[in-house]
Every structure is written in structure tokens, then in C-alpha cells.
Design a protein around this ligand. Sequence first.
Ligand SMILES: Nc1ncnc2c1ncn2[C@@H]1O[C@H](COP(=O)(O)OP(=O)(O)OP(=O)(O)O)[C@@H](O)[C@H]1O
Ligand SMILES: [Mg+2]
Length: 250
Amino acid sequence: MIAIEVNKLSVFYGQFQALKDVSMKINKQKITALIGPSGCGKTTFLRCLNRMNDLIDEARIVGEVIIDGVDIYREDIDLLELRRRVGMVFQRPNPFPLSIEANILYGLKVHGINDRKLMEERLVRSLEAVQLWDELKDHLRKNALSLSLEQQQRLCLARVLAVEPEILLMDEPCSALDPIATARIEELMFDLKKQYTIVIVTHNMQQAARVSDFTGYFLLGELIEFGETEQIFTAPADRRTEEYITGRYG
Ligand SMILES: Nc1ncnc2c1ncn2[C@@H]1O[C@H](COP(=O)(O)OP(=O)(O)OP(=O)(O)O)[C@@H](O)[C@H]1O
Ligand SMILES: [Mg+2]
């Protein structure tokens, strides 16, 4: 099953073309890793999947991103609803300087969920999903910024999950974390893919090999190769992919 179909996507920042005719089919309830050297367009690509690039004035996007049969670049798309369905977690955890509880409830309110019982239920369920509930249930009024970086990143994920997305975009979600916290987040991702489609950008080749089912290798704005992770890492079809994964380039 395909969750997202990207057809001939190009992105321009002014005169500069950051993505060149990228096509990719992203599978449902799988983890897809995007790898490649710095500046090759991974973040740009990820941000196209929920139209976050719309927020950048000089960005121009050409091509299609089809989710459930609809091109999300159609003019009549409800962006708030799109970003509910396609949630995003960033490199540095970015909780609001509010309580743990308020961080989760904020997103619900934005999406018009005001029913107290439902809010309570989503609060518990989303914190459970990221394995923070047992730890934090007696500290829900504590400021989110007082949490460890790993807890903050889990909270940011919970904030996204609370509005019941289908797709999770993660841009180097472990880059601010130590190896132990990273391993725990990776375990969590395994758990989450039972329910969600996950697209993760990572600089860490081992991480891509460990967690993902599919891998795409980007170079200078082009998708050089896309396939099952095992194939990409053991028998890459393109010489440039091989050079990158064996550490000879990038
Ligand atoms: N807002 C912007 N305006 C102009 N150019 C941009 C903008 N954002 C990104 N770029 C350029 O587009 C190219 C791709 O950037 P992008 O951030 O997508 O790469 P990346 O693969 O995510 O890199 P990294 O691994 O360093 O995060 C780079 O050359 C970058 O300088
Ligand atoms: Mg990036």
C-alpha cells in the first residue's frame, strides 16, 4: 500500500534548484529513510510532504505529492488539516515553554478539539504512545523545558500524535540525543510503524540501516537511488550510492 506518491517534484529557492524531478512511492506503515550529504535536499523534500515549504517566501514547488488520491498542492487543500494528517518532528526538540499538559492540549485546541473528556483521553493516550505517561503522569504541570532532551523529543512526538496523524515526518530526530536515548527513540519508531507511516531524515547511516524498511539516497537535489534498505546497503545499484554508504563520499 502506498501512503504518498511523489511525482516529478522540483523545488526552487529563487534561482537555485534544490530538488530536481524527484519521484518516490512511500509505503504505508513502513519506515522510509532519506540519506545523503549535507545540502542535498533531504529537509527540502521532507518539508514538501506537508507543505511546510509554503512558509518560505522564495520557495517555488513544481510537481505532485499525492496522498489518498489527492494532490496536496491543489489550491483548495486545507493546510491545517493536511498538517494534522502529516505531522512533523524536528532536529531540536521544540516544546512550547508551557506545562507538559499544555503542550499536548495546545495542538488539540488548534484543531478544534475542546471536549474535556476527549482532551483528557488524547493526553493520556499520546503520552502513553511515546512511553512518557508512567514517568510524567504526576508531573503534568511541570514546564516542558525542564525535561531531558530525550523526554522533550518524545513530548514533541506526543504532541503530534495527539491529533491523530497518519504520517510522521522526522528530520534528524535524534541528532541532539546521546546514543542511549537514540536507541530508545529507534525502538519507539519500531513500535509506531504498526500504526503510522514514517519518513525519517538521518545523517547516521547505521541508523538508516537499523530502523528503515526503505531508503532513498539524495545527491545534489536528485534522488539517485531508492529501494529496500537491505538492497541499498548490501547491493546498491548506483556507484554513487555505494561510494556514499561505504564512506568514500559525503
Ligand atoms: N530557505 C532557503 N532559501 C534558500 N536556499 C535554501 C533554503 N533552504 C535550503 N536551501 C538550500 O537548498 C539546498 C538543500 O537544502 P536542505 O536543507 O534541503 O538540505 P539537507 O539535505 O537537509 O541538508 P542537511 O543535511 O545539512 O540538513 C541547500 O543548498 C540549501 O542551502
Ligand atoms: Mg536537513
